[in-house]
Design a protein around this ligand. Structure first.
Ligand SMILES: NCCCCCc1nc2ccccc2[nH]1
Length: 292
């Protein structure tokens, strides 16, 4: 049973907690990297928790998976080679597979246990692994990117957990530099970039690093995910210098996506207006983030 005191001590959102009623524990385990918990909630379907942090729920995972994927992929004309860092639940893979221009997808996930339990408990997400274009690499992303030839990818999506624990190195400058090197000119990066309500300093640090590393353009976007503390989570969209990228208006014909049935599931959250709206910031966030 989680004690209330320990419950309120997560350094990512000290003093606050979003709680879900547990109907039934479905899985509890521990990998070399983190504790893994899956439970059936009363109102959000199944829930995946890593080290006490909600990663996704059946009900609202579509918001995060669709936005982190289609914001970058709909911003370039014809993405062919895509890399996913993290994303072991398979949800981002499921969304990438909607893009018929994509020819190959590399995914580098450090924790095999996350992949295994999501195949058992989240078939709607792990369906992404079944696509023949997907090549799985289990290991450390820094290592993987060091060995990636320069200019390999049209898009890189960093679906990381938070920078406490295995994902700490994924917000540091050297990592962003290896990403820039692995992107082709005009290639794009989209990574999980915390909440504008809770993590302004962390976002400012990431924005500074990205403005130094990506001479193309850098934009912060956000969306609503009710089961993430603060109810909002952000994304950092970066373009490597080269053919210009306009993140603010989707270029890739999203219409053919909206109807796209992939793996038996239609799109539930993303559309062209939500794409444009994601880059519109409330005044406090403009003040705190647009200067960086
Ligand atoms: N696939 C990982 C998604 C992120 C899950 C953990 C998490 N939940 C958050 C809530 C608010 C801000 C940042 C957050 N990061």
């Amino acid at each position: 049973k989680t004690s209330k005191v320990q419950y309120y001590n997560n350094p990512m959102w000290p003093g606050e907690a979003h709680s879900l009623k547990v109907e039934k524990i479905l899985y509890q385990g521990k990998s070399p990297y983190q504790e893994v918990l899956i439970f059936e909630s009363a109102t959000y379907g199944k829930v995946l928790v890593l080290d006490g942090i909600v990663q996704l729920t059946d009900k609202d995972e579509c918001a995060y998976q669709e936005m982190i994927t289609h914001l970058p992929l709909c911003s370039i004309p014809s993405p062919k080679k895509v890399l996913v860092i993290g994303g072991g639940d398979g949800g981002v893979l499921r969304e990438i597979c909607r893009h018929s221009s994509v020819e190959s997808i590399d995914i580098c996930e450090i924790d095999q246990l996350v992949i295994d339990v999501c195949k058992d408990f989240f078939p709607d997400l792990s369906v992404g692994f079944k696509d023949p274009r997907v090549q799985l690499h289990v290991g450390d992303a820094v290592e993987f990117l060091r060995n990636a030839p320069e200019g390999t990818y049209d898009a890189i999506i960093v679906d990381s957990s938070d920078p406490i624990g295995p994902a700490q190195e994924l917000v540091e400058k050297p990592f962003f530099e290896t990403i820039a090197r692995a992107l082709r000119p005009g290639g794009v990066l989209c990574n999980q970039a915390e909440s504008m309500w809770l993590h302004t300093h962390l976002i400012q640090d990431m924005l500074s690093i990205c403005h130094e590393t990506f001479k193309g353009s850098v934009h912060y976007a956000w969306t609503s995910v009710p089961t993430y503390p603060s109810g909002a989570i952000g994304f950092l969209l970066c373009a490597k210098e080269g053919p210009s990228v306009n993140f603010l208006t989707p270029t890739n014909p999203i219409e053919k996506l909206e109807g796209a049935m992939t793996a038996g599931r239609e799109i539930r959250f993303y559309n062209s207006e939500m794409h444009r709206a994601a880059f519109v910031l409330p005044t406090f966030a403009k003040r705190e983030l647009e200067a960086y």
